[in-house]
Structure formats: C-alpha cells, structure tokens
Design a protein around this ligand. Structure first.
Ligand code: ZN
Length: 159
C-alpha cells in the first residue's frame, strides 16, 4: 500500500478517479445508443422507400424493403447488445468501486494502526523516562535518593 498524506486526500482521489471512469463509460454507451437508433431509422426509411419503389418496380422495391427489414432487425439486435454491454459495464464498475472502497478502508486501517503503534512507542518512552527518574525519599532527612540506593546519600541512614 502506497503511503498517503491523509485518508481524506485518498478518499477524494478515489472519488475523482471513479467519476472520470464513469463519464468515460457514459460517452461509450451514448455512441452505441446512437448506432442502434441510426440503424432503426435507416431501416424504416428503406422500408418505406421500398414500398414507394414497388409501385412501379416490384422486385427493386421488394429488395429495398427487405434491406430495410434487415436494418431494423440489426438495429434491435444491436440495441439488445448495447443493453447487455451496459449491464456488464455497470457490473464491472460496481466491482471496481467495491475494490476501491476496500482499498480505502484498508489504507485507513493501515494508517490507524501505524498511528497507534507510534502512540504506544511514545507512551513506552515516557514510562521509561518516568521509571528512570524515580527517587526514594529518605524518611530521616527527606533527601531524594536513587531508586536502588541502600543508604541515604545525605545522612547515610538505611533506606
Ligand atoms: Zn537521609
């Protein structure tokens, strides 16, 4: 895991990443959407044109109308394909998002345990300092002596 300045920065970065990812996805599916609408439109036009042509040239008109029907079918097929594609991408995006969230949570957890370890080290340091400065007061003259001293350094009484 890459070390980060702060959890908020990381969360913001992930948010903007998935935002740009999402808008790229939308551009893609817009193109596909227009493709199948175009196919349907051309299909209908060819079908109508086929009927018009059929009034004076039956076989040419029939061929154009058949082409129109083929375009309409292709349009519907590509619409279904686009819908399926979009669903797949949404599933992918969801999986990706969940992974990002997992990563963020993981990083926050890592940072927290690093901070906790630092804090524990600090506390141990303080405890060590406090322990090293413990003095024993002589009950006769009141002088502070080292913890492990057996006799008062001032009056010599047994501690
Ligand atoms: Zn003393």
């Amino acid at each position: 895991m890459i070390p980060r300045d702060s959890d908020a920065d990381l969360a913001y970065e992930v948010d903007s990443l998935s935002e740009s990812y999402r808008s790229a996805e939308e551009d893609d599916s817009d193109t596909r959407e227009h493709a199948w609408i175009g196919l349907l439109g051309m299909g209908f036009l060819a079908f109508i044109a086929g009927w018009a042509v059929a009034s004076y040239d039956y076989s040419a008109g029939f061929a154009i109308a058949a082409l129109g029907i083929a375009l309409i079918i292709a349009g519907f097929l590509s619409r279904n394909w686009a819908a399926k594609q979009r669903q797949d991408e949404m599933d992918d995006a969801k999986a990706e998002e969940q992974f990002h969230q997992f990563e963020v949570a993981q990083t926050i957890q890592d940072n927290t345990s690093v901070r906790r370890a630092d804090r524990e080290k600090e506390i141990q340091e303080i405890v060590k300092q406090v322990k090293s400065t413990i003095k024993v007061r002589c009950q006769f003259c009141g002088t502070l002596n080292e913890e492990n001293a057996t006799n008062c350094e001032s009056c010599g009484a047994t501690l």
